[in-house]
Write a protein that binds this ligand. Structure first.
Ligand code: RTP
Ligand code: MG
Length: 157
């Protein structure tokens, strides 16, 4: 009996702090190539209202305003990525949200290596399959996730 694991999609974003540094951007691209199949990729820049909409779940929190300003401060690069357990894998590669924690507990992660502050923390990754679906359509409205998303448990053949 052979176990065939389902491909899963996630959304990864290289934030403005990392896009501003060509060597960091290239290093992150190489890490992505080594770990995922790239399904879509684009460069874009948000207006303030895009940033407010995307992070609306954080509205009212103390870091919301600086997060919104930062995420619309310069170009970003967004990816739709595929592999087994893509959501968890990319979150693991990114490391903890807070840079202090990333530095001391997970120095080999992306945020441990390149994170500047708790806001300027290099990358974004969807935190669940449902978020991935929603966030992919936010960044790639023309992308039909239904043709790709495999929601069920791994199948045994
Ligand atoms: P992300 O959504 O960007 O992948 O990061 P995350 O899940 O690890 O963190 P989340 O709690 O969703 O926060 C979203 C982004 O808000 C900024 N943030 N700043 N204490 C702070 O100043 C603070 N806390 C969060 C970060 O840019 C974080 O990635
Ligand atoms: Mg998050």
């Amino acid at each position: 009996m052979r176990c065939v694991k389902a491909l899963q999609l996630t959304l990864a974003v290289v934030k403005p702090d990392a896009v501003a540094h060509p060597l960091i951007l290239e290093a992150l691209h190489q890490k992505i190539l080594e770990n995922f199949i790239i399904i879509r990729k684009k460069e874009l820049m948000w207006r303030t209202k895009d940033s407010e909409k995307f992070y609306s779940e954080h509205a009212g929190r103390f870091f919301y305003q600086r997060l919104v300003e930062f995420m619309s401060s310069g170009p970003m690069r967004a990816y739709v990525l595929a592999r087994e357990d893509a959501v968890t894998h990319w979150r693991g590669m990114m490391g903890p949200t807070k840079v202090f924690r990333a530095l001391f507990t997970s120095p080999d992660t992306i945020r441990g290596q390149y994170g500047l502050t708790d806001t300027r923390n290099t990358t974004h990754g969807s935190d669940s399959i449902e978020s991935a679906r929603r966030e992919i359509s936010f960044f790639f409205p023309e992308f039909n996730a239904d043709e790709w998303m495999v929601m069920e448990e791994p199948r045994f053949r």
